[in-house]
Structure formats: structure tokens, C-alpha cells
Design a binder for this molecule. Structure first.
Ligand code: ATP
Ligand code: ZN
Length: 689
């Protein structure tokens, strides 16, 4: 394999090869194979960028040796998919085992047993070399004791079952992964294309390589391409895992699935559709698996911590009974493997079940956190209120007509994913108000509104704060209408040109009909405090809060203030979930213990969130909470049963009722049972809470 070294430190090397997207699975098997080499601790491969990250033990392997290994890596020869191979080799193992037991000439047995045991012995030794007393050491010791006793049947049963365990784990993960893939899809509807200096909207499916698409703050870049014009900060965390925004300008390349955090770009399309989507999905899954949860890490830790006690128990057994076989039977019972195997299975199964019920957990960690949360902070517009606000009226001022106001407003709003923006555009469409692109340089000011040059005149639309306080427009003419709007519970948008008020747009944004019920259900699951933070005005906020019986609210809050308030809550000891939909909620979501994004929310919000809801209602939120709590409960039950059953097996071994063989079988059946239990559905059959 050809590659160049990007960065190297003692024990760590990052290098890059020519990425070849057709070989994603090959890369994965290659990574697996690399990590099996003694001295290499871990190997991670990002097929999208073709980068390899290896951690190795530099006392065992000098950097030169690692490079030689990489140079000689026959990437082409790696199978595309390791699951199938795995299946075959397991089948052969069982056939071999039966042959072995009944047919073979006796002198072959020791020979074959030793060959079968070698990988496990190597794993044990590898771990000892690293100075760690892990489960691998335990397995290797149990096999060694049996071999030393010339008890080949025991030793071969042990290796067979260890192989079965490994296979089972891979099979389960593979299946969950496949199920996840089928559940995830990126939905890119329409895109803006610049043609001959004019912006037109076309369906994503009609996009061609070479087209120039216009992308504004808060949207996902839907293609792989090159920046043609503009400057922006691009959040590439979905690709690199690093939450820093990178500056991109003319000539730079950008990747599908990354998000524009600030600025505006015109991007020349290189690749699109399946070519990039596939990558994105693989990446997502990779991410969610890599994001090991605290619980999973803890399970592994506990597992390894128990190992020395197994050795002590085996030693004592030997001292008391003088029977090496009984000692070996103690060694062959490994507390940890049921816990270790079942914890990721619980999470993967729950992720899959979540998808089917409108909840996408990005890994096990968010589930764990959501189970413990005691405070929920909601956003208002698009979250507690209906996803589709409506324009309830348009009132023109200073000589403008209703249609003119609506036309200008729709023209500005059609570029942005904010719920009120969608409402304005929809109303213009209903009233058949035609609007062409007649402005340049549209700027979205998050939590304020939009500013632009419309037919060469400075034009703004947005909140009272933005138009009256920041832009100093005289809005006194609208005072009476404002009063009426407040009485009827409408929010108001202000449109002004060259500092003259052109009109106001009344937005009717009722609370979702299920909101009150969902809040009551959340309280039943143990949520103690429910708050609302909104960028909308205080009056509207107060009404919503009262209607839903919330524990507190704040209106006219800016995005970074939202984040600040969340941090304060956390400092006061609350464990906080933030539920939101907008770009303005993203900072708060990242500040929270767990961030939850609504369907149809801004791309940035969906990207930042740990959990996304795939249903246009609030019910999945309750489902998410219940699933999280039930998953954690199941993990606790698994741990307790694994400890109880395996302890019983050890006592049986010592008391002399068990052979190594039998305790090995029983132990593995326990593991199997617990794993199966882990994959059972968490929710009752019927859909919905
Ligand atoms: N695209 C837009 N067009 C016009 N006005 C906007 C736009 N985006 C935001 N605003 C104005 O800025 C205010 C604050 O916006 P922000 O997105 O922070 O909050 P919100 O959506 O009203 O409420 P919430 O914080 O509950 O989602 C809005 O109430 C609106 O008046
Ligand atoms: Zn919002």
C-alpha cells in the first residue's frame, strides 16, 4: 500500500493513502487485521479520507517496523466483508470439533487442539506483555492448564466456545448495523443553484456535477465539491469527529454531510447522491459505534478487575482440593464476558428499536445520560409550538400594499430554514404572489432576522428587537396592531425598507396539541423541572408557559445566552436535556448533558444533537426517555444475573460437582442467554407510548 505519513508521535502514527470509496469494507477488515498484529494496540481507518491512525507499543515495535507493515499491507486482498467469512469459519470449527471427537485418529487430537488454541494463547501473552491481567489472560490460562493436564477434550471445548462467543458478538453487531443502515436516510429536498447570475431552486435529484449551488448558514452541504465563491466556517465534525469549525473559501474542497456554521458559499458540485450518501451513512454508524459509552467502558473495566480474583479463587481451589482440573474449571468461568458482550448489545438493539419508533440515538452514551436527566429545557418555536406556524395576517404601512409586503418578505425568507420563514413562503405561495430573485447579499442574523439589499435598498425583516432596537426603525404606527396581536396570541414580524416600516406579519403558532400530555408523561418518568427558553417575545412566552404549566420560562433570549443558562443549571447540579429545532438552539444543545433535535429542525441542530426525533410530534421524546431508562435497567439486571450464575458455577466447580467441560458449557449458555435477553424489544408491540 502506498501512503504518506501525516503526523507521528512515539506510539502513534497517522498516515494517508489515496481514498477509494469502493473499498470501505476492505478498509474495515484491514483495520481489524492490523489491530491483530502483536504490538499494535489499535488501528482506525477513515475510508472517506483514506487516513490511517495507528496506536502501537513503541517498546515492541519501532516506527520503522510499523511503516514496513503498512507498506506491505495487501489492501486489495482483504475480503470486502468479514461477516460471511466468519460464518464459514465458525461452521468449520463445529464440523472439525465433531470429527475430532468421534472420528479422528487419537494422535491427531493434541496436535489440532494446540493449533486451535494458539490464537487465544497469543492474545493472552500479548496482554501480559502489555502488563495487563485481562480476560484474555484468563482464557489463555484456562486453556494452558487443560493442555498441561493433557486434557485435550476440555481444551478443545474451551476454544470452540470462545470462538462461538467471538462469532456471536460479531454477528450481533453486524445485524444491528445492517438494521441501522436501512433506517437512516438523508433527506435533501430542494437546492438553490446559481445560473447566469440568478438563483433558482431545483430538486436535488436534478442536480448535475459542475452545477454551482448556493449554501447558506445552518444548512448541510449536500454534495462533495469545491468552493467557487464565498467564505464560511464549516463544521466538519461529522467527518473528522473534531468539533472545530474550519474556514473554507474559494478553491477549498467541502464534503457532503458537513454543515455551514457561519457565512455563505457557492460550491461547484463534484459528486452527489449515492456517491456521497453512502459515505455519510457508513460514517454515522462508525461514529455511533466508536462513541463508547461510560457504561460500556465500565463493564470492560469491571471485567478486567475481576480477573485477579478468578486467579486467587483458582489458586485456593487447587490448594484445597489438589485437583488441577477443578482449578481449571474455576478459571474457565469468566464473570465478565456476559456483561461485556451484553452491554453493547443492549445499546445496539435499543438504537434499532428506537429508529423504528421515531428516535435516533447516536450511540449508547446519550441513552445513558437521558436515563439520568432530571431537567428538561424546551425551545418554543418549532418544538413546543406546532412545527408549521401560519401567517394570520399581513398589515401594510406607509403606502405599501399587502401583496407587496408579502412578496418582499417571501423573497427574503425563502432561503432560510426557520419555521416562521417557511410560514411566510407558504402564504405567498397560497396567495399566488410571484417573487423573483431581486436582491443581493442576503444575511441571516441568527435570532434576529434577515438583512439584504432589495432592488438596491436596504431591507430588513425580523423581530421587534432587531428592527426597532438594532435597526432603529420607527414602528410607532404599528402600536395598535401590536396590541391586538398580543391579545390574540400572535407573534409579530416587522418588515422595513430604508428604515421605514413597510408592514407587519402576524404569525399564529399554536402550541402542539400533544404538548401538555407529553409534559405530564415526562414528569411521570421522573423529570423534576421543565423550563422553556425562547427567542420570541416575553408575552407570547408567558402565555405558552402558563398554558402548559411549566416550571419557568425566559423570552427574548439570544443563542449564547441560552447556552449560558444551561451551563448555570448544570453548575447548580441539574442533569439537563435540551430539546430544540433551530440553529439558535445549537449552542444550548452542545452545552447540555444531552441535546435532542426535532424532525424538520435546522441541519445544524440535527448535527449537534445526541438524539434526533424522526417524527413530527413530541411523543418520541417520551419513548426515548422510557427506552433509555429500560436499557439501563436491563444492563443492571444482566450484571446481577451474570455475577450470580457464574458464582454458582464456581462453587459447583469447587464442591466437585462440575467438570471443566460442563462448567464451560454452562458458562457459555449463560452468556448466550443474557445476550439474547439483551436483544429483546424494550417497548410493547403496539406502536406509541
Ligand atoms: N428567518 C427569520 N425571519 C424573520 N424573523 C426571524 C427569522 N428568524 C428569527 N427571526 C426573529 O427573531 C426572533 C428570535 O428568533 P429565534 O430563532 O431565536 O427564536 P424563535 O424561533 O422565535 O423562538 P425559539 O427560540 O423558541 O425557537 C423570532 O421570534 C423572529 O421574530
Ligand atoms: Zn426555534
Amino acid at each position: 500500500m502506498e501512503f504518506s505519513v501525516v503526523h507521528s508521535l512515539p506510539g502513534r502514527i497517522r498516515c494517508r493513502t489515496n481514498p477509494d470509496r469502493l473499498r470501505v469494507y476492505r478498509y474495515q477488515t484491514a483495520a481489524h487485521a492490523l489491530s491483530e498484529i502483536p504490538g499494535i494496540r489499535s488501528a482506525e481507518i477513515n475510508p472517506r479520507t483514506g487516513s490511517f491512525l495507528l496506536y502501537y507499543d513503541d517498546t515492541l515495535l519501532p516506527e520503522g517496523a510499523v511503516k514496513t507493515i503498512l507498506e506491505n499491507l495487501p489492501l486489495d486482498r482483504f475480503p470486502r466483508n468479514d461477516a460471511k467469512e466468519n460464518e464459514h469459519s465458525l461452521g468449520w470449527s463445529y464440523i472439525g470439533y465433531l470429527l475430532y471427537r468421534f472420528l479422528q485418529p487419537a494422535w491427531l487430537r493434541p496436535f489440532l487442539t494446540v493449533i486451535g488454541a494458539v490464537p487465544f494463547l497469543i492474545a493472552g501473552v500479548k496482554s501480559l506483555i502489555r502488563g495487563k491481567l485481562t480476560v484474555d489472560v484468563l482464557d489463555a490460562s484456562a486453556i494452558t492448564v487443560s493442555l498441561a493436564q493433557k486434557n485435550y477434550s476440555s481444551a478443545s471445548t474451551l476454544t470452540l466456545l470462545l470462538k462461538t462467543g467471538e462469532y456471536l458478538e460479531r454477528w450481533a453487531k453486524q445485524r444491528s448495523r445492517e438494521n441501522l443502515v436501512s433506517g437512516i436516510s438523508l433527506n435533501v429536498g430542494q437546492v438553490w443553484v446559481r445560473k447566469d447570475g440568478e438563483d433558482i431552486q431545483i430538486p436535488y435529484s436534478q442536480l448535475k456535477p459542475g452545477d454551482r449551488i448556493v449554501l447558506r448558514a445552518g444548512t448541510v452541504i449536500p454534495v462533495d465539491g469545491e468552493v467557487h465563491e464565498g467564505d464560511a466556517l464549516v463544521n466538519e465534525s461529522s467527518m473528522t469527529g473534531e468539533p472545530l469549525a474550519a474556514a473554507r473559501s474559494a478553491g477549498d474542497s467541502v464534503h457532503a454531510g458537513t454543515v455551514i456554521a457561519e457565512g455563505e458559499l457557492i460550491v461547484r458540485v463534484l459528486r452527489m447522491g449515492e456517491d456521497t450518501r453512502y459515505q455519510r451513512i457508513v460514517q454515522l454508524i462508525h461514529e455511533s459505534e466508536a462513541a463508547k459509552s461510560k457504561t460500556e467502558a465500565r463493564a470492560n473495566e469491571i471485567a478486567d478487575k475481576v480477573v485477579p480474583f478468578s486467579f486467587i479463587a483458582a489458586g485456593l481451589t487447587y490448594l484445597l482440593t489438589r485437583s488441577p482440573m477443578k482449578a481449571a474449571s474455576v478459571l474457565s468461568v469468566d464473570y465478565s464476558c456476559a456483561i461485556k458482550l451484553s452491554t453493547p448489545l443492549v445499546f445496539l438493539a435499543a438504537m434499532r428499536e428506537g429508529l423504528a419508533n421515531g428516535v435516533f440515538f447516536k450511540g449508547g452514551a446519550p441513552m445513558e445520560t437521558l436515563a439520568e436527566v432530571d431537567t428538561i429545557v424546551f425551545d418554543k418555536t418549532g418544538t413546543l409550538s406546532r412545527a408549521v406556524p401560519e401567517v394570520a395576517g399581513v398589515v401594510p404601512f406607509n403606502g405599501y400594499s399587502q401583496r407587496e409586503v408579502l412578496k418582499i418578505a417571501a423573497c427574503l425568507e425563502e432561503h432560510f430554514p426557520h419555521p416562521v420563514a417557511k410560514a411566510v413562503v407558504r402564504r405567498a405561495l397560497e396567495e399566488k404572489v410571484e417573487h423573483k430573485e431581486e436582491h443581493t447579499n442576503v444575511k441571516y442574523i441568527v435570532a434576529h432576522g434577515i438583512a439584504t439589499e432589495y432592488k438596491g435598498r436596504h431591507t430588513v425583516i425580523g423581530s421587534r428587537h432587531f428592527v426597532y432596537e438594532d435597526e432603529a426603525v420607527d414602528i410607532s404606527a404599528a402600536a395598535e396592531e401590536e396590541e391586538k396581536a398580543a391579545a390574540r396570541g400572535f407573534s409579530v414580524l416587522y418588515l422595513a425598507r430604508e428604515n421605514v416600516l413597510a408592514g407587519i406579519i402576524l404569525i399564529h403558532d399554536p402550541v402542539r396539541e400533544e404538548a401538555a400530555e407529553v409534559i405530564a408523561m415526562l414528569r411521570q418518568t421522573g423529570i423534576q423541572r421543565i423550563y422553556m427558553l425562547t427567542g420570541d417575545n416575553r408575552r407570547t412566552a408567558a402565555r405558552v408557559s402558563e398554558e402548559l404549566g411549566l416550571d419557568g420560562f425566559l423570552g427574548e433570549v439570544l443563542p449564547n445566552e441560552k447556552a449560558e443558562i444551561i451551563r448555570n443549571l448544570k453548575n447548580r447540579g441539574c442533569s439537563v436535556a435540551v430539546v430544540g429545532d433551530g440553529m439558535n438552539d445549537s449552542p444550548a444543545m452542545s452545552a447540555a448533558d444531552v441535546g435532542i433535535a426535532m424532525k424538520d429542525g435546522a441541519d445544524l441542530a440535527q448535527d449537534v444533537a445526541d438524539i434526533t426525533l424522526k417524527d413530527p410530534s413530541l411523543y418520541p421524546l417520551v419513548i426515548a426517555r422510557l427506552m433509555a431508562q429500560r436499557s439501563m435497567k436491563r444492563i443492571r439486571t444482566n450484571t446481577v444475573s451474570a455475577i450470580a450464575i457464574n458464582s454458582a458455577l464456581i462453587i459447583m466447580g469447587i464442591a466437585g460437582n462440575g467438570t471443566t467441560d460442563r462448567s464451560v458449557w454452562l458458562h457459555n449458555l449463560t452468556t448466550l442467554g443474557i445476550s439474547m435477553n439483551s436483544m429483546r424489544p424494550l417497548l410493547p408491540e403496539s406502536k406509541g407510548p
